[in-house]
Design a binder for this molecule. Structure first.
Ligand SMILES: Nc1ncnc2c1ncn2[C@@H]1O[C@H](COP(=O)(O)OP(=O)(O)OP(=O)(O)O)[C@@H](O)[C@H]1O
Length: 547
């Protein structure tokens, strides 16, 4: 429960205050019951004084109750808000490898369903704390009234708790199963949304998705959830029956067998009737709390990184100019699956200097994008060393290493907000308009206060916008992974013959992953990858030619 402890620690004093206010309200409530009992037995005495005491107790119940509830609700909502922000900050602070191995559906499930479940549990927390304290105050009063009868009460409570534990364990197991099935459902939701083109064309595929993937998971989830709720309903009614059994026992003990005095009898009956509501309320809250607990367990199992701290401004000391990027025996291996070892890139040796235009080429699956992620520090080397300006890339050096790069990978995400080199979104419009015209997008997209008017464009146009974002960030090293693959021949020509040379002339280092062999001669150097290994381009006997 690492998540919950880090969330609760900063508000421990507010929690204490809320618990104290709840305790005061609970004590005043039980005090009222005790006062009514005493008045029934011994009479009111001075009516004015009695009225004053009664009114005072009612006012105290009201004021401390409101105070406790408001404090607890504010705490609950504050925790939910912080949990949401903390979870997203942790996703942002998690390594790419971990995020890739988890996959989008698991993360979306955590960010939506799990957070909602934890939020519902937190909302029950104030109610449970308040009613729990009411229950404790009631118990103290019952013990004070009659010890022997209180022991009987404890025995009945033990019976109730036994039922809770017995059924609670099974209910929790079922809830865990429902949570697992949620992940399966989210995978299918992703397929239903992301596969809209393929599904739109193929009824057999839609039918398969619906009947063989969605429906079985949804039905099993429903069965497990229904069973869990039904078991808890049995428990609720079992508790209600126990409360009435206790009432009956007290009643017969006081009337038929005259084992307790009338004062004790009336006090017990009043107190038990009064305590029925808190007992039912607490038991009602238990399933939501269990679900929240299961959800927190699922969030913890994601093993996300530490939340990134965004309170500090970006910038700090400026980056020294880029000089060189060197790989010495550097390699990276993907984790394997199903008994098969993962793909191995390297070990590789290469040297990239400032202002060079480097092409990385090779067949599909040869490791080009993996090399791109290793060069940019998105992946850390599993063997050998990657150094930038002589500094080895490791977890500590990674943020600074990455700050030198701007990339467009094939699975890029196009942000509508344009940031400049210092991470600001203000005052960028004039430069954005210049680049929009340069990239032939001025009729399609406009910019206002650093925000692009649209990103709903063709793939080639979206890639041009991604390049625009990269221009604006103005980083020293650019990595473009098959950027030109979606461009028309005219713009492809502009890219290789104008844009890349211009970037080089501006002192940028450009690493382009490409299949466009008719432009290979424009590069300062070409690295060819084959099954994760670098093979000499010259030894391939290739001829740079303009076709
Ligand atoms: N996230 C991943 N997890 C596990 N293995 C992966 C992952 N991504 C890629 N691979 C493996 O690494 C190999 C190299 O992939 P990579 O994307 O680097 O190839 P590429 O040369 O860029 O291919 P392409 O030209 O098709 O884009 C693939 O054959 C694949 O088996």
């Amino acid at each position: 429960m690492q998540t919950i402890t880090t969330l609760l620690r900063p508000v421990r004093w507010q929690i204490l205050l809320a618990v104290l206010a709840s305790a005061l309200s609970a004590a005043a409530g039980i005090g009222l019951v005790a006062w009514v009992n005493r008045a029934l037995e011994s009479g009111l005495g001075d009516t004015a004084a009695a009225l004053g005491l009664f009114g005072g107790l009612v006012a105290l119940v009201f004021a401390s109750g409101v105070c406790a509830q408001v404090l607890l609700v504010r705490l609950g909502q504050g925790l939910v808000c912080r949990l949401r922000l903390q979870l997203v900050a942790r996703v942002l602070g998690t390594s790419l490898e971990r995020l890739e191995s988890l996959g989008a559906p698991l993360l979306y499930n955590a960010l939506t369903r799990d957070i909602t479940a934890v939020a519902s549990a937190f909302k029950q927390l104030p109610i449970a704390v308040y009613n729990g304290l009411l229950l404790i105050a009631g118990m103290v009063y019952l013990a004070w009234l009659d010890w022997a009868l209180f022991l009987v009460t404890l025995a009945v409570i033990a019976l109730g708790v036994w039922g809770d534990i017995l059924l609670g364990g099974r209910v929790k197991r079922l809830m865990r199963r429902v949570r697992q099935l949620d992940d399966t459902l989210f995978e299918q939701f992703e397929a239903a949304v992301e596969g809209r083109n393929e599904l739109g064309l193929s009824r057999p595929r839609r039918r398969h998705l619906y009947l063989n993937r969605l429906q079985p998971a949804a039905a099993e989830s429903m069965r497990a959830a229904t069973r869990a709720e039904a078991l808890w309903a049995v428990n609720l009614n079992w508790t209600t029956a126990l409360v009435f059994l206790l009432l009956g026992a007290v009643f017969f003990a006081g009337t038929a067998w005259e084992l307790v005095t009338r004062e004790v009898l009336v006090g017990y009956v009043l107190a038990i009737m009064f305590l029925r509501t808190p007992i039912a309320t607490i038991l009602d809250a238990v399933p939501a709390v269990m679900r929240g607990n299961v959800a927190l367990g699922a969030i913890d199992r994601l093993a996300l990184g530490r939340a990134e701290d965004f309170t500090e401004a970006d910038g700090g000391e400026p980056l020294p100019p880029f000089r060189e990027l060197v790989l010495r025996g550097a390699g990276y291996r993907y984790p394997g699956g199903g008994g098969e070892p993962g793909f191995q890139l390297g070990p590789l040796d290469l040297h990239i200097r400032r202002g060079e235009l480097i092409f990385v080429v090779g067949g599909n699956g040869s490791g080009k994008s993996t090399l791109g992620k290793l060069l940019t520090g998105l992946y850390l080397p599993g063997e050998g060393v990657v150094t930038l300006n002589g500094r080895p890339l490791d977890a500590a050096a990674a943020p600074r290493h990455r700050a030198y790069f701007a990339t467009v990978f094939p699975d890029f995400y196009l942000f509508a907000d344009v940031l400049d080199e210092r991470g600001n979104d203000g005052g960028v419009d004039a430069r954005v308009e210049y680049y929009l015209a340069r990239l032939g997008l001025e009729d399609k997209v406009s910019v206002r206060e650093g925000r692009l008017s649209t990103t709903a464009l063709s793939q080639g146009q979206r890639k041009r916008l991604a390049l625009l974002l990269l221009y604006m960030e103005d980083r020293p090293v650019l990595l473009l992974d098959e950027w030109a693959a979606d461009q028309d021949p005219v713009f492809r020509e502009v890219f290789y013959r104008e844009l890349l040379p211009e970037l080089k002339a501006a002192g940028k280092t450009v690493i382009a992953i490409t299949h466009d062999d008719r432009y290979f001669h424009l590069a300062d150097r070409v690295y060819k990858l084959d099954s994760g290994q670098l093979v000499s381009w010259e030894r391939q006997g290739a001829v740079f030619s303009e076709q």
